[in-house]
Write a protein that binds this ligand. Structure first.
Ligand code: ADP
Length: 389
């Protein structure tokens, strides 16, 4: 087990057609000993590149990466003490599961055959594949192949596990199951783990901490709950949560936020915070999660008239797709026993304690105590290609 320190790391790919591509832009990150950290972001945000630099599969253009106290920039992948699990499993098709799991260990250590076998069987038991060890990958299901690939990483007893979208090729039900399995294994072995995914739900459910990347830059690092409740900027607010946060363009006018569909009167507490950052007339975005909107019986202070387009039951809750002021769409999540009819008018109200207000100039969330990273304040430009110089 070891800590991983990423310091001011940048990766630039040279590409003949597109010039230079800035894939990872001056990223710094500390993963604690034994921690499970997930790097999440949209496709092309630099997640795999960052992971592959830690693994030693890509050169680091600038910056340093340490595992424990050792700078690993120039250390060969097999000598870094890391074991990686890939999306496509990367198993040898002609070898049995047992051989796939033991092969690397035999090559890189001087363990006896008995010791290697004992490790393989222990890992197989942990992964619940002890009956499958003599089968070849072609005769195993996707889930079983993923278990063999993870078992192969476990037998190496690495300092750090690196997971690159390991569950993406599994069907939805198995994916859910394997999430809990991987968490259980990680807790059992206690190995520092860095996990890459584009799936925000996977990140939210599996991790001690989440790192959100966009355009090669870190937008926010934090525990899942903190990121959900206090997104540092508009990008994070949009990316985390499903259905996603409602975002309404508004303008600050006196003590109200005015949109095309409503006028929201701000309490003194919020007004004070807003006035610290925003100016009269400034364009802002009001963000509110679907579950932080209530239906109320009658019109009153800060209620908004809404028309119910669609009511969608999802287990214990109902999702309401409503329209405000004619054409502003809004998603509302209410308990399952709240069932307003489609095609009717209702009144809704935003829960003030869960309101988010973003500056359009920087994307920054004004109402959070979370300090954005330097990188997070410049978000909004997701173009990562750089002109050839
Ligand atoms: P993610 O894992 O978040 O989808 P990647 O790390 O794969 O993102 O890619 C980040 C950026 O780097 C993208 O613009 C991608 O096209 C580019 N990129 C990745 N690998 C290479 C490569 N080998 N050569 C050139 N560009 C690459």
């Amino acid at each position: 087990m070891a800590r991983v320190s990423v310091d001011d790391v940048t990766k630039i790919y040279s590409d003949n057609d597109e010039g230079r591509i800035l894939a990872v832009d001056n990223v710094s990150l500390d993963v604690k000993d034994g921690e499970f950290v997930t790097i999440v972001g949209p496709s092309g945000s630099g997640k795999s590149t960052l992971l592959r630099m830690i693994a030693g599969l890509e050169d680091i253009t600038e910056g340093t990466i340490k595992i424990g106290d050792t700078v690993i920039n120039d250390i060969q992948p097999q000598d870094r003490g890391v074991a990686m699990v890939f999306q496509n499993y990367a198993l040898y098709p002609h070898m049995t599961a047992r051989k796939n799991m033991s092969y690397g260990l035999k090559l890189t250590t001087d363990l006896s055959d008995e010791e290697v076998n004992a490790r393989v069987e222990e890992a197989a038991e942990m992964m619940g594949i002890e009956d499958q060890l003599d089968k070849k990958p072609g005769n195993l299901s996707g889930g079983q192949q993923q278990r063999v690939a993870t078992g192969r990483a476990i037998v190496r007893d690495p300092e750090v596990f690196l997971f690159d979208e390991p569950l993406s090729n599994l069907d939805a039900k198995l994916r859910l199951h394997m999430r809990t399995e991987l968490q259980r294994i990680q807790e059992e072995v206690g190995t520092t783990s860095i996990y890459v995914t584009h799936d925000q739900e996977e990140a939210m459910t599996m991790s001690d901490r989440i790192v959100i990347l966009d355009a090669g830059q870190i937008q926010q690092v934090g525990e899942p709950d903190d990121i959900y409740n206090e997104p540092a900027n508009k990008f994070v607010a949009n990316f985390i949560g499903s259905p996603s946060m409602n975002m309404f363009p508004v303008e600050l006018s006196g003590n109200s936020l005015v949109s095309e569909a409503f006028e929201y009167h701000l309490s003194d507490r919020i007004l004070e915070e807003i006035n610290e950052y925003a100016e009269e007339g400034e364009s802002l975005t009001l963000g509110i999660r679907p579950e932080n909107i209530q239906l109320v019986d009658s019109a009153g202070e800060n209620t908004i008239d809404a028309y119910i387009d669609v009511r969608e039951p999802v287990g214990s809750d109902n999702f309401l797709y409503v329209t405000l002021g004619g054409d502003m769409e809004c998603r509302v999540r209410v308990p399952g026993d709240v069932k307003p009819d489609e095609g009717t008018n209702v009144h809704i109200q935003f829960d003030e304690t869960n309101l988010h207000i973003f500056r359009d100039q920087t994307g920054r969330n004004i109402l959070t105590s979370v300090e954005p990273t330097d990188q997070a304040t410049t978000t909004g430009d997701s173009s990562v290609a750089m002109a050839e110089d």
